[in-house]
Design a protein around this ligand. Structure first.
Ligand SMILES: Nc1ncnc2c1ncn2[C@@H]1O[C@H](COP(=O)(O)OP(=O)(O)OP(=O)(O)O)[C@@H](O)[C@H]1O
Length: 541
């Protein structure tokens, strides 16, 4: 709270007419009779003053015979603002008269004490005409009376006045826990202005998102291969192949089980190719609904069909201009779409729906599948001619079970990732937990490993992941979808009998995993007796 510390009245002839309190201090009187200090003080209205290390402010009020100087202490934020800003007076005046800052003030009884001129004009009031009247009688749909009684602000409310809508704020003014009144202000001239603002924010947000992706893409450009974690021999071979194949213009088919990282390989191929500065457009061939395939892949002309964009739209091939198109899950593409795709690959032209001119398209084709295309061809579910077109070069992505030494690196990588995402320290993984992970069959490959690591991150106690962290929801050795027996048989060394026995044991173990350790089912499935099964498992009956 400020309080009056002194008064000084000085005449035009610079004589002191009256002094009281601090006003009697010789230093204050010296200033008040200094022409240049007084000139500045008159312009600013409020002048800061420091005496004996204490701050004061001097309010100057000119009158017929001279000037009245009121000295107050300066702790009050308003006075501080007024005395620190040279043009404080003008700011307040601007706030009160600005057409966008229409302001209404009511007292504790919800009676009007002030309406800014622009608001008075809006309501057709003469200057000061509304003052003293209950706000409800003067301003349509006001709620300032409610705000005064509840003491709760209402910000961003829409208020209809004289047939137009305004977005308003209503704020109670409280001093020493007592409501003194309330201030109502127009925040936006109407909801349209607010809409325009929110549209602008949405546009900026999407630009930020776009830039973020761009930055991520730039980062990937440098680290195209480094995104593929793994130092095992199969991974080294894979990376070598990518480096050799990437610069070529020839179509590439990426083959591998689900979750092995085929999409990452496709990215690396694009980023290491001369087309890296242009787009890589991804299409999930399995996810394309039949009704949308054509418009999605080939685009459409303006007004081609009801609901179509007015300007028409480029298809995915056109979007990939001078870049790469990545057709994921190509094995799941419906046959009729395969025919259309074949035409694009042969002629390198697309025709938009509703269009009458073929457009030349320049793209590098990368496809991927986890299906056995040879089988699909023999079942007539995949066209042989299309297969030849897409597969002059084939990259095989190895399953995780063939490169278990990569598990250590992958786990480290995923733990760093997930810790960073959640802003938490990276947990340690015990040697036992790593050994446990290396024993698992990983039918879902790296994707499954990532999910397990993310789950373990959540349940890691004391910043350490142990085998129990993984096992708490069931032993993974006996869980998960069935594993296709694709492991090459180890034929090295030993007599045929030994090889057969090793193989039998392996088959039995895989089946035990598949059926969650249910020996009865395993024996039935493999067509062997239970006692033979026990023998192969090395267990007593
Ligand atoms: N070598 C790897 N290094 C790092 N992350 C990997 C690796 N391989 C796969 N991943 C991660 O595993 C997940 C699955 O990879 P991706 O989507 O590339 O598999 P995919 O082979 O395309 O699977 P699908 O056939 O099911 O589409 C992704 O989160 C990916 O980042």
């Amino acid at each position: 709270m400020s309080s009056l510390k002194g008064i000084l009245i000085v005449g035009h002839d610079r004589k002191v007419l009256h002094a009281d309190g601090l006003g009697s201090d010789g230093r204050v009187q010296a200033l008040a009779t200094d022409t240049s200090w007084m000139e500045e003080a008159r312009t600013r209205r409020l002048q800061p003053l420091t005496l004996d290390h204490k701050s004061y402010s001097v309010l100057v009020l000119p009158f017929a015979k001279g000037d009245i100087l009121l000295l107050t202490d300066i702790r009050e934020p308003v006075l501080e603002f007024l005395s620190s800003v040279d043009f404080a007076y003008d700011i307040v005046e601007k706030l009160l008269t600005d057409p966008f800052d229409a302001m209404t003030v009511v007292d504790a009884n919800a009676r009007l004490v002030y309406i800014s001129p622009v608001h008075e004009a809006f309501f057709g009031l003469k200057h000061g005409e509304g003052n003293g009247r209950p706000v409800r009688q003067v301003i349509e749909n006001t709620r300032l009376d409610t705000v005064v009684s509840t003491g709760r602000s209402e910000v961003g409310h829409i208020q209809r006045m004289k047939g137009v809508e305004r977005v308003v704020s209503r704020v109670p003014i409280v001093r020493d826990d007592k409501i003194l009144g309330a201030v109502g202000r127009v925040m936006f001239k109407g909801p349209e202005q607010l809409m325009a603002l929110s549209e602008r924010i949405a546009a900026l947000e999407s630009e930020v998102e776009f830039r973020r992706r761009e930055v991520a893409a730039l980062r990937r450009r440098t680290y195209g291969l480094d995104d593929l974690i793994g130092e095992s021999e199969p991974m080294k071979r894979l990376k070598n192949e990518i480096v050799k194949i990437a610069p070529l213009e020839i179509p590439v088919l990426i083959r591998g089980e689900s979750g092995t990282g085929k999409e990452l390989v496709a990215h690396a191929l694009h980023l290491l190719s001369p087309r890296r500065d242009n787009a890589m457009v991804m299409v999930n061939a399995a996810a394309l609904p039949a009704t949308l395939v054509e418009s999605e892949l080939f685009g459409y002309e303006a007004g081609a069909f009801t609901g179509a964009d007015r300007k028409g739209r480029k298809g995915r091939f056109e979007q990939a201009a001078n870049g790469t198109i990545f057709l994921d899950e190509i094995g799941d593409m419906p046959l009729d779409v395969q025919v259309k795709l074949l035409r694009v690959l042969q002629d390198r032209v697309v025709e938009r729906i509703g269009g009458d001119r073929p457009r030349h398209v320049d793209f590098r084709l990368v496809t991927a599948t986890n299906r056995d295309l040879q089988v699909l061809i023999s079942e007539e579910k995949f066209r042989l001619d299309l297969y030849y077109r897409i597969s002059p070069l084939v990259i095989e992505v190895p399953p995780l079970r063939n490169r278990i030494e990569d598990i250590r690196h992958l786990v480290g990588h995923f733990l760093d990732d997930v810790s960073q995402l959640h802003g938490r320290p990276t947990p340690r993984i015990s040697a036992g937990a790593l050994a446990y992970l290396m024993e698992l069959p990983w039918p879902g490959n790296v994707r499954q490993l990532r999910h397990e690591v993310e789950r373990a991150f959540v349940f890691a106690d004391d910043g350490i992941i142990t085998p129990e962290t993984f096992i708490r929801h069931g032993d993974l050795r006996f869980a998960g979808p069935s594993v296709a027996l694709k492991k090459p048989l180890s034929l090295e060394g030993g007599r045929l009998k030994d090889i057969v026995e090793r193989t039998e044991i392996e088959v039995v173990r895989e089946a035990m995993q598949r059926y969650g350790g249910n020996k009865k089912r395993v024996a039935e499935e493999l067509g062997i007796s239970r006692s033979y099964l026990y023998k192969l498992l090395g267990e007593p009956e």
